[in-house]
Design a protein around this ligand. Structure first.
Ligand SMILES: Cc1ncc(COP(=O)(O)O)c(C=O)c1O
Length: 434
């Protein structure tokens, strides 16, 4: 009851959760048995019994600069002691500074503005409304196997059946085949995926588009990156029909891919709208839509009010995240440590038949497991077994992809080179016998 002393007894935590969480929040659990975490520091986690784990999941890509990061913590504590909340109708320097700092991270030569929200889902919804209002068109293209969030708008854009409820989702949204060189419907034939966009526009839309939304690297979809040239050509097609490009950087942003701060930068496109969340606040509830001014102006005539948007506490965390990324060279670290981790994964691939593919860049990597390297039949059950072993051997990873046969690794950006030997050792034990 209110004020009752915290009860850390594992069975009681489980029972309370099972009894009082709604089914909608109970369903999404990774392992066969509950996992409790009690403490985190940097790239490490500890459970309630004191067992240590290397965190290769970063609480679903939120912990960008490390658990309990001292710079983030002191920025938050300082802001908490001054003013815990300042709703967006009043002025405060912290979000104003943060908006300026985010705009400065965008491609030069464009006029960028920021709208703060509380989550990726909210940012996606706002981006959708912005695209439709700016273009005065309705039809949107989205990729199959992409995840964009849980509200009706974001769920409608999501191309993964497991996240789509049996309700009337939004009309005007058309999913096109996601380019996937390993197991996509058109293999590595970029032109075939582009031709499918042409056909979809021709047959399924009015011919007038509001836009295209993409994850430059599919996250929950299993770390799948479009081949070079796809995004640029797809964007040209969409713009020719009046639409804009929305890039969802919720998982791939903030230096994670190593060679650029935003994943889209590797594809030679400048989006009209960029959506971000998760790593932006190192775990604090925060999301943002960063858009070119002329596109964002479309919403000037109505109120788009998010009570907690631009929260000074979350924005203080966000400013500290940018500071730590710069001071600790975490983007370069992602490139360097990511390359070492990928190298270890490639060695694992050479030894274990069950591994069909290794992919990703920076600290956004994946292992795909197949029953047969030629037929590529997903090894879903074995993936579950190996996934359970990763926990036993002190790793936290995620099980992803439409076939639940991908081990996804998106660690805090402060993972160090000297962690990789331990990760490689643990993975070797998990894959022994396969
Ligand atoms: C690519 C992507 N977009 C949007 C979202 C939605 O973000 P949130 O869970 O903060 O609402 C997620 C969440 O996992 C995501 O991975």
């Amino acid at each position: 009851m209110a004020g009752q002393e915290l009860d850390w007894t594992p069975e009681h935590i489980v029972k309370r959760r099972e009894t009082y969480y709604a089914a909608s929040q109970r369903a999404f659990v990774p392992y066969r048995t509950p996992q409790i975490f009690a403490r985190g520091e940097g790239q490490y986690l500890w459970d309630e019994k004191g067992k240590k784990y290397i965190d290769l999941l970063a609480m679903n890509v939120c912990i960008s600069v490390g658990h309990a990061n001292p710079t983030v913590n002191s920025a938050v504590q300082e802001q908490m002691s001054q003013l815990q909340h300042c709703t967006t109708m009043f002025y405060h320097p912290v979000p104003a500074h943060f908006a300026e700092e985010l705009a400065a991270r965008m491609p030069k030569g464009h006029d960028w503005v920021v709208h703060f929200v509380n989550s990726g889902t909210e940012a996606v919804d706002l981006a959708l409304v912005m695209a439709q209002m700016h273009t005065q068109n309705i039809d949107m293209l989205a990729l199959r196997n992409a995840y964009h969030g849980a509200t009706i708008g974001a769920q409608s854009l999501t191309g993964i059946g497991g996240f789509r409820h049996n309700i009337p989702l939004l009309g005007g949204i058309h999913h096109v085949a996601n380019p996937d060189p390993y197991r996509g419907v058109f293999g590595d034939d970029t032109e075939a995926y582009l031709a499918e966009i042409d056909r979809t526009i021709q047959y399924s839309t009015s011919g007038k588009l509001a836009g295209l939304i993409v994850e430059p690297i599919l996250g929950y979809g299993g770390i799948v990156e479009a081949p070079a040239g796809f995004l640029k050509a797809a964007t040209e097609k969409v713009r020719a029909h009046g639409g804009v490009l929305i890039v969802d950087e919720v998982q791939s942003g903030f230096g994670r891919t190593g060679d650029s701060f935003w994943a889209f930068e590797a594809h030679g496109v400048v989006p009209e709208i960029i959506v971000m969340a998760k790593g932006i606040g190192n775990g604090f509830p925060l999301g943002a839509v960063v858009a070119q001014r002329h596109v964002a102006e479309s919403l000037a005539s109505k109120f788009s009010f998010h009570t907690y948007g631009a929260s000074p506490v979350s924005c203080a965390a966000g400013r500290a995240v940018l500071q730590v990324i710069d001071e600790e060279n975490l983007q370069e670290n992602a490139a360097k440590v990511g390359a070492k981790l990928k190298n270890a994964l490639v060695k694992l691939h050479q030894k274990h038949e069950i591994i069909g593919d290794i992919r990703g860049r920076g600290l956004m990597l994946a292992i795909e497991l197949v029953k047969d390297r030629k037929t590529k039949v997903p090894a879903t059950d074995i993936t579950t077994d190996i996934f359970e072993k990763t926990r036993e051997h002190g790793l936290v990873v995620s099980k992803s992809g439409a076939n639940r046969n991908v081990l996804r690794m998106v660690p805090p950006l402060c993972l160090r080179e000297n962690d990789i030997d331990a990760v490689a050792d643990a993975l070797e034990k998990c894959f022994a016998g396969y």
